[in-house]
Design a binder for this molecule. Structure first.
Ligand code: C5P
Length: 234
């Protein structure tokens, strides 16, 4: 079985030439993730440059604002026809509902394919210390489950979560949300700055639908081989 379509390659660079180079070497992945740094440097034109090669785009802009503003921003990026977009679940039920509604309405109106809306749960840079500043009770895991339920109730398609929380989310939420997971490292690969890592096969076994993988592929001397090796490992 070919697992390459489950791999989302994180392009964490502002360099559009480098991003374009990767789309040529490994066009057969599930999607390319372009985030805030790429978008701020290259704008919608920079996104179009990549999507025009025919690859799918995970546009990871992590929207978080009042419902009306988020809806307006989402409407503005829908013409780029991303495959996936992200919103912060901590923006609350009304913001998530409104995001969902605007996607449905606008894509219907323009006859374009609806992107998957993923909710960002708790950023892995947040810890217990931040929770006490923010007045959030319980553990990070408790909060991730709360936000996963919120994402499901608001009708989102999926959730971005750490690989360490996959099993508990699947147990509490069932199969209703797609789970998209970063922090993946192939056996024997460089860990870089990731702390809580999981191998590709373990993440899939624990219930991930998509794996977000950056440097093990993008920083490799041979991205083609690294991708194929990861797919084989799974
Ligand atoms: O290079 P690496 O595989 O560590 O890249 C992982 C990607 O996933 C990066 O784009 C990183 O910003 C993102 N990410 C993460 N941890 C999160 C959320 C996103 O590593 N909790």
């Amino acid at each position: 079985m070919d697992f390459k379509n489950k791999i989302i390659v994180a392009i964490d660079t502002i360099d559009s030439d480098n991003a374009l180079r990767l789309t040529k070497i490994i066009p057969d992945v599930g999607a390319f993730k372009l985030g805030l740094e790429y978008f701020c440097a290259n704008g919608p034109e920079g996104i179009k440059l990549i999507s025009d090669t025919g690859v799918k785009i995970f546009l990871d802009l992590k929207f978080h604002d009042i419902p009306n503003t988020v809806a307006g921003a989402i409407k503005a990026i829908l013409n780029l026809q991303p495959y996936m977009i992200t919103v912060h679940t901590s923006g609350g039920y009304d913001m998530l509902r409104k995001a969902n509604e605007i996607v449905t309405e606008y894509c219907h109106l323009k006859s374009i394919k609806r992107p998957l809306i993923l909710g960002v749960s708790v950023l892995t840079s947040i810890d217990k210390n931040d929770f006490s500043y923010l007045g959030i009770e319980g553990t990070v895991e408790d909060q991730v489950i709360r936000l996963a339920k919120l994402a499901k109730d608001a009708g989102l398609d999926g959730l971005v979560s750490s690989a360490k929380e996959l099993k508990i989310i699947r147990k509490e939420i069932g199969k209703d949300l797609l789970l998209v997971t970063p922090g993946i490292r192939p056996i024997g690969g460089e860990i870089n700055d990731q702390k809580r890592i999981v191998t590709p096969s373990q993440a899939i076994n624990d219930g991930a639908n998509f794996l977000v993988i950056g440097r093990p592929i993008t920083a490799s001397k041979d991205p083609r081989k690294s991708l194929d090796d990861i797919s084989k490992e799974i």
